[in-house]
Design a protein around this ligand. Sequence first.
Ligand SMILES: Nc1ncnc2c1ncn2[C@@H]1O[C@H](COP(=O)(O)OP(=O)(O)OP(=O)(O)O)[C@@H](O)[C@H]1O
Length: 328
Amino acid sequence: MAGPHPAVAAVRTALSRLLDEAEPAGHLTTGAVAVACSGGADSLALAAAATHVARHRRLTVHGLVVDHRLQPGSAEVAARTATQLRALGFDSVRVIEVEVTGPGGIEAAARRARYAALDGARPPGALVLLGHTLDDQAETVLLGLGRGSGPRSVAGMRPLDPPWARPLLGLRRETTTAACAALGLRPWVDPHNADPRFTRVRLRTEVLPLLEEVLRGGVAEALARTAAQLREDCDALDRLATDLTERVRVDEELDAAALGAAPAALRRRVLRRWLGFRGVSGLTDHHLRRIDALMGSWRGQGGVALPGGLVVRRTHGRLQVDRPQHRG
Ligand SMILES: Nc1ncnc2c1ncn2[C@@H]1O[C@H](COP(=O)(O)OP(=O)(O)OP(=O)(O)O)[C@@H](O)[C@H]1O
C-alpha cells in the first residue's frame, strides 16, 4: 500500500515531533489537544494531521474556530471551517465570536481578541495547536528587525509556549497547501492575505520575494534559523539576568554600583524585570538608557520619569521606584 503524500507525511511528522517534546514536560496529561483553525491551508493541514496523530496517541482533538466578525460572510466562513473539522473526525468543534476592539491597529486588536478567545475556550489544561509556518516566522523576524522592537521580537515565535504550540514552524507554506490538495481539503483563502494595506501582506508579497531574488534564495530559512539562534541567546541571557537580579536586589531596591558593573545586556534585562514587577509597562529603550545613566554616568542627576507616573531615582547608592507626591 502506498504511504501518505510526502506533504501530508511532513505535516504529521512535524506534529508528532512537537508532541514528543510536549509529553515529557507534562503538557499532554489531560489527554486533549485543541487546534485553532481559521480554515486557511496552514491550520487545515494541521487539523487533518492532528486527527491522524491523535488517534495513534489516544488523545482527543478539539477544534476552535474564531469568528472575528470583521468581514461580511465571516460567520459562513467559520461555519464552513467547523463543518470541515467535524468531517475530519474532531471530538468537538466550537465557533467563538469575538469583538475586535481596543488600541493599536486592527491586525493587533484581532490577534489579541483571538488569543484571549482561544485561551478561554480550550479544554482545561490542553495545548492549543496553531498553524504558523516557517514563512510566518520569517515575516515576524523581518518585521521585528525593521521596527527595532528588540531581540525578543527578532527571536520570533516559540514552537512550544504553553498553552500555545506551533508544530509547523519548520515547514514552508507550500507544504501545507500541498497537504490540503493531497487530502482533497479545500482551504479558505482569506482576501486579507492579498490586501496590500496590511503590512504583513506587503512583506510577504513584495519585500521577501525581492530579498530572495537579491540574495539568491534561502532567505526565509535563514531568517528562521537566525530566530532560533537568537532565542537560545535570549534564553541564556534571561537566566543570567535572573541570577544577577538576586545578587543586586536589596529588598525593593537595586544596588546601583553592583548592577552598573554588569554588561549592558544584563543590566537592561534586570531593569525591565524589576520595573515590570513594580507595575511599570510600556518601557522604551530611551527610558532604559536614561535609567542606565543613573549608574554609569552618575553626577547627582534627578529621577527618570516612567510611564504610569512612576519615577526611578538613585538614593544612597540604590535605585528605587516611587510615585512622586503632588504638591498643593
Ligand atoms: N479565525 C481563526 N480561528 C482560529 N484560529 C485562527 C484564526 N485565525 C488564525 N488562527 C490560528 O493562528 C494561526 C496563525 O494565524 P495567521 O492569521 O497568521 O494565519 P492564517 O493566514 O490565518 O493561517 P492559516 O493558513 O492557518 O489560516 C493559524 O494557523 C491558526 O492556527
